[in-house]
Ligand binder design. Structure first.
Ligand SMILES: *Cc1c(COP(=O)(O)O)cnc(C)c1O
Length: 390
């Protein structure tokens, strides 16, 4: 087999100046750790508003709930999408007005709705009859938007099946909400996270158009469409630039609604924060399972339970860089815990330089979203992923 030099397109993910900064910041710190560049998140926010001047942004807090991330977005004027009263409390503590908060979880306890309402939140999502009744009892007069079921085809991290309902059910809920004293305000959907097929927004929007028309025929004028998340971050599988998403989605909107667009909301999580995070990890062990097996196993000090759960089924493929020279060797990557499910990549073969050694550091890019907030508390005694901002 011909030996090729190990290569990694570092400059696609970070400037050499910033990379030096990351290295010197992390040099004397214990791994694994996550470093989040909050200024970069601010820049991405600005890029979104430049490319999509027709939207109002509600940051999906779950992607990265660090106070510093929330604060920088707060200061940029962002609104926020929350899933729980704990996120509500955090945002209020950070001085965010309840008018800037949307309760975007279709699965809510009755007492949590009452709590959010008491705190001043007046915008809620729903997708079921029972939840709608809970809202009517505990959040009277609030604006309600209805989550439409969509397929997640084309998404690297699907969000289908669990959320949303068929347009026929949504139609009934819209009419009912009106008679229950709520304000039927708009529609929402989520085409799946890291959605690389922009056409999925077109499919979802045609369902919205149908429901806008059907509701109007009953005298209910819906006012808002929430396009959800699904916008891309920079992983190994290529996706279009945000500019292309913005351009195409605007075209779909115009096809359905003309110049007179309803209020348009987006709820970016991943696309706002992922590119701003880097995990620094260390190679704990390199081994071979049998003499003739061609692949080495490389065990890192971070795995599925330490923050890389999105490697499930190898859905999300993080760019991983080992800073050594040598020829490229295909390896199987795994985490450090005593659970055999804690294998990161086995089908997709990552290459590392043949000179890599235990104790070498690797840099995992695009890890600012769904890493720290997803990691277990102390499985095997490993502490939760430490995160720093720079
Ligand atoms: C998770 C979530 C988002 C964020 O999606 P991304 O693909 O990470 O941008 C947005 N809206 C809702 C309702 C969500 O649950």
């Amino acid at each position: 087999m011909k030996k090729e030099e190990y290569r990694f397109p570092l400059e696609e993910y970070i400037s050499s100046r910033d990379f030096k900064r990351i290295k010197s910041f992390s040099r004397d710190k214990e791994t694994p750790l996550l470093i989040v560049d909050v200024e970069k998140i601010g820049n991405i926010y600005d890029q979104i508003t430049e490319n999509m001047p027709f939207v109002k942004i509600y940051y999906a807090v779950k992607a990265n709930p660090m106070d510093e991330v929330i604060t920088i977005l707060r200061d940029r004027g962002s609104n926020f999408d929350v899933a729980t009263i704990y996120e509500v409390d955090q945002l209020l503590r950070l001085g965010i007005e309840p008018e800037r908060i949307s309760y975007g979880n279709t699965i809510k306890k009755e007492k949590d709705i009452a709590y959010a309402y008491e705190k001043g939140i007046r915008l809620f999502v729903t997708d079921s009859d029972n939840d709608l009744k809970k809202l009517a009892r505990n959040a009277p007069g609030s604006r309600v938007f209805f989550r439409v079921l969509t397929e997640s085809d084309g998404a690297d991290w699907p969000l289908s099946r669990k959320f949303g309902a068929h347009p026929d059910i949504i139609y009934k809920l819209i009419l009912k909400s009106h008679s229950l004293g709520l304000e039927p305000y708009g529609l929402s959907f989520h085409v799946g996270s890291q959605q690389r097929d922009i056409g999925q927004w077109d499919n979802a929007l045609s369902k919205c158009k149908y429901l806008f028309t059907a509701a109007a025929e009953k005298g209910i004028q819906l006012k808002m469409i929430n396009l959800g998340g699904g916008f891309p971050a920079k992983y190994l599988s290529p996706a279009n630039e945000l500019e292309t998403y913005a351009h195409e989605i605007y075209r779909f909107l115009q096809e359905d609604f003309g110049e007179d667009l309803p209020e348009i909301i987006i709820e970016p999580g991943r696309s706002l924060t992922a590119d701003a995070g880097i995990i620094v990890s260390e190679i704990v062990l390199i081994s071979k399972k049998s003499r003739l097996n061609q692949y080495k196993w490389v065990y890192l000090d971070i795995g599925k339970f330490g923050g890389l759960i999105e490697t499930l089924d190898e859905c999300i493929k993080y760019p991983i860089y080992c800073e050594k020279k040598g020829y490229a060797e295909e390896v199987i990557l795994a985490g450090p815990t005593c659970d055999s499910m804690d294998i990161l990549y086995e089908d997709h073969k990552y290459t590392f330089p043949h000179t890599m050694k235990e104790g070498n550091r690797v840099y995992i890019f695009t890890t600012g979203a769904y890493t720290q907030s997803y990691c277990s508390v102390a499985f095997n005694g490993f502490p939760p992923l430490k995160a720093y901002v720079i």
